[in-house]
Structure formats: structure tokens, C-alpha cells
Design a protein around this ligand. Structure first.
Ligand code: SF4
Length: 294
């Protein structure tokens, strides 16, 4: 049955809220978006603020995820940096990109540990950090039903500018933001208007418009949310660089089948051609289906 409760229930779920859990650490190529094909070390963090039915990493996004490493302090963070570098320099490798994905890597209680890792990766090894994120980062707000995630959450532009201040050099940190435009991913009281307000560009995002490679958007397509996607893209009319950084990706249905995924790619390409939008393949799925750690 699909996980729909946002309350931590088991001891494992409660325990998972206390530290930053890593569920996978592996080397592969980036399979999606603007950096497609780029050799990268992937760090998959546990836990997510949303609950999407089509999530293909449920083993890492649901509150009962199992960690291979737990990070509670700066020493733990630096130990993980050493592992990233070890993987990225094995044999003839000289990897210059580390992708933090999830789950939701930018959960608020991860931020100090992440900042330590980002600083050390760049400062000591010249490795950039890329975050794959929804930017909805307050786990408690979503986990505890009485709190309203939207009224408590500062918007994404404010968060981005804060992160950029920590690490201002162009290209050191990149954000691949994937807004979920399907209302079923959210708690019952969240509306589509809330979602649009959360991602709506404003004055703070001008720094993002002017900074190359700082951020891109990736949106999963299926026909039922065509209007929402077009509305989202329209919001960026006055920000041509950001609009041009929006990538549309095919959906994975469950149970997964290669033929259906191929069909989904073709439908997504048709949609992109019709509306002159960027298509992004999901190359890792094409190559490896839903196999983990590759
Ligand atoms: S936001 Fe991403 S990781 Fe979280 S449940 Fe949705 S698809 Fe999965």
C-alpha cells in the first residue's frame, strides 16, 4: 500500500529524524538534466518531505529508510567527504562533481553538515556539489500534520541566496530543483496555488537569473498535469535564462516496464516539441532500469 502518513511511527522513523542518513554512495554518470553524462559521485540521503506515488527511490524517501552511514556532526561529514574522494579518485578517475540526491538532501536538519561537506569538497578537492531537491526542506512541518509547511517556509529564492552566500563562486554549488506539480504528492491541505506561490520567481531570484549554471528545474511529465507544467513555465516569462533552464522528463509508472517507460519518453518528447520546451532523458533508467547504485 502507498505510504501516506506523514507522522513518524516506528522507532526507526523517529531515530531517522535525529541525524542525516545516507542510503547510497556510488559512482556513475549523471542521467538527467543539464549535466547529463557528467561522471559524478552520488550521495543519496534518506527521508523526504513529500510522498509522491511515482517515486522511484521509495527505499530512500519514506521515513523508514535504512542508512549505510549516519552523519551527526562535522567529523562524520568530513569522513563522508573522504569516502566521496576515495570513490571519485579510484583507479584513473578524477571526478569533479558530487551529486546530493534523495530523498530530500536539503532538509533543514542536514544543512550544517551539508555546508561542511560542500566547503571541504570544493576547498580541498575542487569538487562541485550539485543538489537534487524540491526545496521543500522542513521535514517536521510536513511530518507533523498540525503545522503548516507553507506559512512557515521561506520561499526558495531566499534559501538559494543564503546558500550562495556560503559558497559564492560560480559553479561551486548547483541546484537541480524538481517541483512536484501533482497535488497528490502533498499533504491533503496543500493546494496548487500554494505550490505556485512557493516557486514563483521574485526579485530575489534575479541573482539566479544572472548566474550561469546555478540552478535548473526538472519536472516530471504526464498528460494529466500538462496545464500545471505550462502554467509553471509561464511564470518565468520575464526570466529567460531560468525559463531556458527548465527540463521536462518522462514519468516512470509502477509496476515498472521498459516498454511503458519508452512510451512515456515518446509522449514527453511530443509535449516538449509542441511547446518548445527542453526535454531531458532519464538516461540511468534507459541504461539500467530501476537498478540501485549504478
Ligand atoms: S520528492 Fe522525490 S524523493 Fe521525495 S517522494 Fe517525491 S519523487 Fe520521491
Amino acid at each position: 500500500m502507498e505510504y501516506k502518513s506523514f507522522e513518524p511511527e516506528t522507532d526507526l522513523e523517529k531515530e531517522n529524524l535525529k541525524s542525516m542518513g545516507i542510503t547510497e554512495l556510488f559512482y556513475t554518470i549523471q542521467g538527467e538534466g543539464k549535466n547529463i553524462g557528467q561522471p559524478s559521485v552520488f550521495v543519496r540521503t534518506g527521508g523526504c518531505t513529500l510522498s509522491c506515488s511515482y517515486c522511484d527511490t521509495k527505499y530512500s524517501s519514506r521515513p523508514n529508510y535504512k542508512s549505510i552511514i549516519k552523519i551527526s556532526n562535522m567529523d562524520d561529514s568530513l569522513e563522508v567527504v573522504n569516502k566521496i574522494v576515495e570513490i571519485g579518485t579510484e583507479g584513473d578517475r578524477n571526478v569533479k562533481s558530487c551529486v546530493f540526491t534523495g530523498g530530500e538532501p536539503l532538509q533543514t536538519h542536514h544543512i550544517d553538515n551539508l555546508s561542511t561537506m560542500v566547503g571541504s569538497l570544493w576547498g580541498s578537492y575542487n569538487i562541485k556539489s550539485v543538489f537534487e531537491t524540491t526545496m521543500i526542506t522542513e521535514p517536521k512541518s510536513v511530518l507533523f500534520k498540525n503545522k503548516n509547511v507553507w506559512s512557515e517556509t521561506i520561499d526558495i529564492w531566499d534559501k538559494l541566496t543564503r546558500f550562495i552566500q556560503v559558497s559564492p563562486k560560480d559553479g561551486v554549488v548547483q541546484f537541480c530543483i524538481s517541483p512536484k506539480l501533482d497535488i497528490s504528492c502533498y499533504r491533503a491541505d496543500v493546494t496548487l496555488t500554494d505550490i505556485f506561490i512557493f516557486y514563483r520567481p521574485n526579485i530575489d531570484c534575479e541573482i539566479c537569473e544572472e548566474t550561469d549554471n546555478l540552478m535548473t528545474f526538472k519536472i516530471v511529465y504526464y498528460p494529466e498535469i500538462e496545464n500545471e507544467i505550462l502554467q509553471f513555465v509561464d511564470e518565468f516569462y520575464n526570466y529567460p535564462n531560468l525559463r531556458n533552464s527548465i527540463y521536462i522528463m518522462p514519468y516512470t509508472k509502477f509496476p515498472y516496464s521498459r516498454d511503458e517507460f519508452h512510451e512515456s519518453c515518446l509522449t514527453t518528447v511530443d509535449f516538449c516539441k509542441k511547446h518548445s520546451l527542453n526535454y531531458s532523458p532519464r538516461e540511468h533508467i534507459y541504461l539500467y532500469d530501476l537498478k540501485k547504485g549504478v
